[in-house]
Design a protein around this ligand. Structure first.
Ligand code: ARG
Length: 571
């Protein structure tokens, strides 16, 4: 596919402007108002070196470059060279490329040989996997897919919260009041109820806390009975988490959670000690970060047990040594901004230059229409319940519409779950947002179902076209002047932009950039679909239009796929 910006920079470089190719690339603009050209080159910068007035320079350059089959016309307007690209050449280039590479449209090799770790989801064992966790899970998965598509070697890590003093409490509570069958039947809700009961009872009888502490100490020392119980809690919780991951179509390369680093802590403490960074404070050990403008970081408690932050430092060191990452990305709520600043800084103070390659990708809170969710008050909304409800409601909508009876179940799953994922990725990630059922499942708004429906519509046009769709071939023989109309051309332009959008979304760790573009493509497709008759009698016209439909279907399908959403062929 022709990269117009680069091509124009090359042509300008040959025409002789005194600017380097890179400077030219930077200078070329893409006017929003297309009456000023698809691309425009301002000549102000050249005036000094060329000792001429910019409008004159614009005129001279225009004369030199105008005669090129890639351009429809080139105009000098004041100090600008306005370039109008040949619509037909453009259409051939874009549509030909999409047909050629298909599902790989937008894929690149820019990341070859570089490893990117994306850590996401990371729920806590024996705690609810609730609606709040959807953000890290879905945003992280999209970021992983973007980097993977750009050719990076990607590692997905689920840094499970599977360690800490709360497990002493949980084991203690289980021994006192627990039942095996109950845990097996409903692990998380049951374990959580033990945990809550423990806190109630400990208020009346504080000695329970000492008991729990002793149990955790035994667990840390590797006492078989405690370890077995902890392992069992972990496995049962994972079964529940995996049910949700299956629904979302998400998997991980590693579940190395906090516990994985328990034996890697002494080394970190030694390194901190050797660098003179550790200080004693009331029996605990701290790193003083005041000079860096940050609060003190607590590294070990007075009883010697390590903390969340210590495990993150150990995990960072391990990941560098084990994976030799180019980037180590953490998709974690913005409430933990300070935590990440602190430990990235500590890693830097330890002399590790890869501290700069660690990226915290924060996101805002999700709340529910009927008030903020609160774990403490037991108003937990389980993610699994939300997904099931989305599927159920979608099924009702499909049944009301009275279509698609043979595949209702399957379609309801694809659309219901896709709708939740899409809504999650629609907003700029840093913004807090309110989860709204009306918005999620609206088939007309800028939603997942709308885009999926558009994809299915494109599939249906291609199915109904019969033989003609097969005659498109590689697209090189098509008569593209049939696609000169505004609606068709605008759609092609958006398909052309897709690879840039993918790069941009990845670089900014912002899947919503792609979501936005996918919605724009769907809207452009529907405008084309409504304004133009596609399956016309004239075979040449029909084939050109079908080629565009096919390219749009591929681009929209790829976009959805990168967001982690399935693209149904029928709806
Ligand atoms: N388990 C933590 C929580 O639920 C998130 C872990 C984030 N990742 C990390 N490396 N600290 O809040």
């Amino acid at each position: 596919m022709v990269n117009y910006r680069e091509k124009i920079a090359e042509i300008l470089a040959e025409a002789g402007t005194g600017l380097s190719y890179e400077e030219l690339l930077d200078t070329i603009e893409a006017p929003v108002d297309k009456s000023m050209g698809d691309y425009a080159f301002p000549c102000f910068k050249l005036a000094k070196a060329m000792r001429k007035a910019p409008p004159l320079i614009a005129k001279e350059i225009t004369e030199k470059i105008a005669d090129n089959p890639l351009f429809e016309k080139v105009e000098a307007v004041n100090a600008y060279v306005n370039v109008f690209i040949s619509k037909e050449a453009f259409l051939h280039s874009v549509i030909g490329e999409v047909i050629k590479v298909g599902d790989n449209y937008g894929r690149s090799t820019q990341g070859e040989g570089k490893t990117v770790i994306v850590e996401f989801s990371s729920p806590n064992i024996a705690k609810p996997f609730h609606i709040g966790h959807i953000r890290s899970t879905v945003i992280g998965n999209a970021i992983y897919k973007l980097y993977d598509f750009l050719g990076y070697n990607t590692i997905r890590i689920n840094h499970l919260g599977d360690y800490g003093t709360q497990f002493g409490k949980m084991i203690c509570a289980y021994r006192k009041w627990g039942k095996k069958e109950d845990v097996e039947r409903e692990p998380i809700k049951t374990l959580l109820s033990y945990y809550t009961k423990f806190h109630e009872e400990a208020e009346k009888d504080p000695s329970l806390n000492d008991e729990a502490r002793a149990i955790f100490a035994a667990l840390e020392k590797g006492s078989p009975e405690e370890v077995a119980l902890w392992k069992w809690f972990r496995e049962e919780s994972l079964k529940e988490f995996n049910r949700v991951y299956d629904m979302l179509g998400i998997s991980f390369d590693s579940y190395a959670g906090e516990s994985f680093y328990s034996d890697k802590m002494p080394r970190i403490l030694e390194e901190l000690e050797a660098k003179g960074l550790l200080q004693e404070s009331q029996g605990a050990q701290i790193v003083d970060l005041t000079e860096k403008g940050l609060p003190v970081a607590l590294i070990t408690k007075s009883d010697g047990s390590t903390l969340y932050i210590t495990r993150d430092i150990a995990a960072g060191v391990y990941r560098k040594e084990h994976y030799d990452f180019y980037k180590n990305i953490y998709v974690v709520a913005s409430q933990q901004n300070l935590h990440f600043k602190q430990w990235f800084t500590i890693v830097e103070m330890l002399g590790y230059d890869w501290a700069k390659d660690c990226v915290h990708v924060p996101f805002g809170l999700v709340s529910l229409e009927d008030g903020t969710m609160s774990t403490r008050h037991g108003r937990v909304v389980f993610l699994e319940d939300v997904l099931n409800r989305a599927v159920e409601q979608t099924k009702q909508i499909i049944l009301e519409k009275g279509v698609n009876t043979d595949q209702t179940e399957e379609t309801a799953k694809i659309v219901g779950i896709g709708a939740v994922i899409f809504q999650e990725l629609s907003n700029n990630r840093i913004k807090d947002y309110t989860f709204s059922w009306d918005k999620v499942l609206n088939f007309e708004g800028e939603t997942g179902p709308y885009v999926q429906y558009t994809h299915a519509r494109a599939c249906s046009v291609l199915r109904n076209a019969g033989d003609s769709a097969a005659k498109i071939g590689d697209g090189s023989k098509l008569d593209m002047h049939y696609l000169r109309g505004d609606a068709a051309f605008e759609l092609a332009r958006m398909i052309y932009e897709m690879p840039n959008v993918i790069v941009d979304a990845a670089e900014r760790y912002e899947p919503s950039v792609l979501t936005r573009h996918v919605v724009d493509m769907a809207q452009a497709f529907n405008r084309f679909y409504h304004e133009e008759h596609i399956l016309v009698d004239n075979e040449a016209e029909k084939e050109a239009k079908l080629a565009l439909v096919s390219a749009a279907r591929i681009a929209i399908g790829n976009g959805l796929g990168l967001l982690g959403i399935k693209a149904p062929e029928k709806m």
